[in-house]
Design a protein around this ligand. Structure first.
Ligand code: PLP
Length: 325
């Protein structure tokens, strides 16, 4: 809805190849309506510059990629976008509004899947679109805004509420809205705990041999400095483990006692999944690798459990997979 509010046939969007699988699929759906997604490895000022042309109408990225866990440097990307009259869309689901407000760094439109951390209990499907109100929808590039420019900084939202969204019927049920607003009340507490747990678990897993760990707040991560700068050192709740082989990954997952096997993220319970055989089953190998998904990758969405329990559980599972995998 956020993108369809501004896109027309013939338009192009520059997007990160490491996006959430469902979003990549959605760009595939849009192709039949004449909208082209140009994927680049990760969204940076350098990677998007050569892809911009007169048909480019948006740059779309995740702040912390799910599951690639690459972190977007919002300021530098926004600068390039704005110098070319293009809005920057950020999916900030995995970072949550508690860790960062991307509009303060130059993002124009921010979206969240509220089904995840905002809800916190995995009991509703919901989403949020936030408009900074600052993007000038200039007449040359966005003539469809002509009748909405009178709304000033509300032009984008006015168009959204009066146009495609209203007619397409993406209406949140009152009960799901209620569940999300109950969840929202504890978002801050949960994120403090989740980020703390995720960092401690990642640090501990890193000391075990035979596996590699990806978590953006780790000192070993190429995004460590950016996490300090944009997210106050908190790397969110998702980490990925490479177990060494597909068999070892399965054995590790099946040996866990605390974690649930589920596709969701952002729950109070720790959730694990083998992305290559589930959410990325229909992707090509190239798409998978661009998203940081290998045959031995396990995605962990860390919950609010006792950290000692989590560390014991994962340590035992890693040992079992090493010995028997
Ligand atoms: C889950 C997810 C979505 C899609 O959200 P739904 O609420 O399931 O429609 C989009 N982006 C990211 C980063 C997600 O994790």
């Amino acid at each position: 809805m956020a993108l369809l509010n501004i896109l027309r046939a013939g338009d192009e969007v520059i997007a990160g190849a490491g996006l959430f699988g469902g979003t990549i699929d959605l760009f595939g759906d849009l192709a039949q309506f004449g909208i082209t997604a140009r994927f680049t490895d990760s969204i940076t000022a350098e990677s998007i510059t050569p892809l911009i042309n007169e048909r480019t109408k948006a740059v779309f990225t995740e702040l912390i990629g799910n599951p690639k866990l690459d972190v977007t440097d919002i300021r530098s990307v926004a600068e390039v976008c704005h110098s070319r009259g293009i809005p920057l869309f950020i999916d900030s689901t995995t970072a949550t509004p508690y860790l960062i407000r991307p509009t303060e760094y130059g993002a124009d439109i921010v979206i969240h899947s509220a089904s995840k951390y905002i809800n916190g209990g995995g009991n509703s499907i919901a989403g949020i679109i936030v408009d900074s109100g600052k993007f000038p929808w200039n007449a040359g590039k966005f003539p469809q805004f002509d009748e909405y420019r009178i709304f000033g900084k509300y032009a984008y939202i006015a168009k959204l509420r009066n146009g495609f969204w209203r007619n397409a019927g993406a209406c949140l049920s009152p009960f799901n809205a209620y569940m999300c607003s109950v969840g929202l009340e504890t978002l801050g507490l949960r994120m403090e705990r989740i980020c703390d747990n995720a960092k401690k678990l990642a640090e501990h897993l890193q000391t075990l041999g035979g596996i590699t760990v990806n978590y953006p707040a780790l000192e070993s991560s190429p995004y460590h400095a950016l996490v300090q700068l944009q997210l106050g050192g908190r790397g969110g709740g998702i980490l990925t483990i490479r177990a060494g082989s597909r068999e070892k990954a399965f054995l590790l997952i099946n040996s866990l006692k605390c974690a649930l096997i589920a596709t969701n993220i952002g729950d109070v319970r720790t959730l694990v999944i083998h992305p290559a055989s589930t959410i990325y089953l229909h992707s090509t190998e190239e798409q998978r690798e661009n998203a940081g998904v290998y045959d031995d990758t396990i995605r962990v969405s860390v919950g609010i459990e006792d950290i000692g329990d989590l560390i014991n559980d994962f340590e035992n599972a890693v040992k079992r997979s090493r010995e028997n995998g």
